[in-house]
Ligand binder design. Structure first.
Ligand code: TYD
Ligand code: MG
Length: 451
């Protein structure tokens, strides 16, 4: 009898090896290789829609006008303006963050435009129905299917011919052409592959829900992100009601576009004015608080940075950063020590972005420095002032992208002073009532902001 050949595939990144290895040479994770049967060589290479024939780019009709808006403004924005026919969209996030809630609410709107099939592979149809009642999801053309077998799902799709498909979640469905367990890399990859063929072949827009592992990657992660057209991450701090939907990959729109939601008793509510929300609880006139107009995709959002600097009672002072890279904070603290001559040695330093938002762009450097200095010197920053700019290692303030958008958003929310890099002042339209203060060095900025 012929021996069945098996392969070992990494459950983190999909790397495959003919023999077992303790450490995956691709993603350097330990103990992630699991023995699996190889994927059967299925012949689906010709399943894509159009037969291969070269076409002039000018003759190909753009699908821009075909985008289907799902009626939830923030969701459409993150998708780049709506759902493109035949696209495969992955919605990832921690368990319990609200992925199923978001998609159920979206299907309510989509079901006005066509038939929606919502495959619930984790919960029973009754559970979804109960939740739907709470969310006010009553659409007539919304069909629920509790099924985990991909073959069954495909058969039901053939019968129903839906216009939209939701799979909740990709990690719980399996195809019988593979022997490995649902959720393993090869299952997830094969199921996604087949759903992609179907999405492209029939022009059926498909949403996939994917759970994220502890270290922040969608389980069976990089393999999935390659295959789909759009990857959206739904993130947020479980302690806060705010949820942010972030596009990290989008073949049909800009990435880093975000949508902001608030989780309420009756589901997710869109927040179309996030700056107001994030500044709502800002303490007036207290040291250690600075406001920065940060750019999320194409959209400026004002957020508050809070710092607390206090004498440490232990030998090694603590440095804690929430919502901002801690290495960046360590760097800014060193700049404050060496270039602005504030003595922070022996001080515990805490830096927090209010509202559970995460800031990743260097434009927040100047505001972080201001918040730290404000707390350390116990001086209050003028509550009508915002700051932005990247700070270099010599303490110089460098230009950042889109200064005009940032200044405009600050003006819209009633701020009247903005401290920004001197080099960004060129050709800048100044909104009425706004005073712009260009600075070249972090020290100069600190001179301008305190009341
Ligand atoms: P869910 O959509 O089930 O999360 P996921 O699919 O990402 O695992 O969301 C569950 C959480 O959302 C749960 O902790 C309760 C909360 N929630 C509300 O606060 N209000 C609501 O109306 C709903 C439906 C859920
Ligand atoms: Mg769910």
């Amino acid at each position: 009898m012929a021996r069945t050949k098996t392969i070992f595939s990494c459950q983190q990144c999909g790397f495959q090896s003919p023999k077992w290895l303790g450490k995956c040479p691709d993603c350097n994770q330990w103990n992630t290789l699991i023995e699996e049967l190889p994927v059967a060589q299925t012949k689906h290479s010709r399943a894509l829609a159009a037969p291969g024939k070269p076409q002039k780019i000018s003759e190909i009709s753009s699908c821009e006008e075909d985008r289907l808006r799902c009626g939830i403004g923030e969701f459409d924005r993150t998708l780049g303006g709506g759902v493109v026919p035949g696209s495969l969209i992955l919605v990832g996030g921690d368990p319990g963050i609200g992925k199923s809630t978001l998609l159920l609410q979206a299907t309510q709107q989509l079901a006005q435009k066509g038939t929606v099939l919502y495959v619930t592979a984790e919960e029973s149809t009754r559970q979804v129905k109960l939740r739907g009642e709470r969310l006010g999801v009553t659409a007539d053309h919304l069909y629920l299917l509790a099924e985990t077998s991909l073959e069954q799902i495909k058969a039901r799709i053939k019968e129903l011919k839906p216009d939209f498909l939701v799979i909740d979640s990709i990690q719980t469905i399996f195809t019988s052409s593979l022997d490995s367990a649902p959720g393993s890399v090869s299952q997830v990859r094969e199921c996604t592959g087949q759903l992609m063929m179907q999405a492209k072949g029939d022009g059926l827009p498909t949403f996939l829900v994917g759970h994220v592992t502890k270290d922040g990657a969608i389980a069976g992660p990089r393999v999935l992100e390659h295959m789909v057209d759009t990857v959206l991450y739904f993130e947020g701090d479980p302690g806060h009601p705010y949820r942010i939907l972030r596009a990290v990959k989008n073949r049909f729109g800009s990435t880093n576009e975000i949508g902001v939601f608030e989780m309420q008793g009756d589901g997710l509510r869109e927040v179309s004015n996030p700056s107001e929300l994030f500044l709502a609880e800002r303490p007036e006139k207290s040291a250690g608080s600075a406001v920065v107009p940060s750019l999320e995709g194409s959209r400026p959002i004002l957020v508050e940075l809070q710092a607390l600097v206090s004498a440490s009672s232990f030998g090694t002072p603590q440095r804690t950063a929430i919502g901002i890279d801690h290495k960046r904070v360590a760097l800014l603290v060193a700049i404050l020590e060496k270039k602005v001559e504030l003595s922070l040695a022996g001080q515990d330093i805490f830096l927090n972005v209010a509202g559970g938002v995460r800031l990743d762009e260097p434009a927040v450097d100047l505001a972080a420095i201001a918040a730290l200095a404000s707390s350390h010197l116990n001086k209050v920053i003028d509550p009508q002032t915002v700051l932005f700019g990247e700070v270099g290692l010599t303490g110089e303030v460098r230009a950042v992208s889109q200064p005009e958008l940032r200044v405009k958003e600050a003006a819209r929310l009633g701020f009247n002073r903005c401290v920004l890099p001197q080099s960004s002042l060129k050709n800048l339209d100044i909104p009425p009532g706004m005073q712009l203060i260009g600075v070249r060095h972090a020290g100069e900025a600190l001179e301008a902001i305190f009341i």
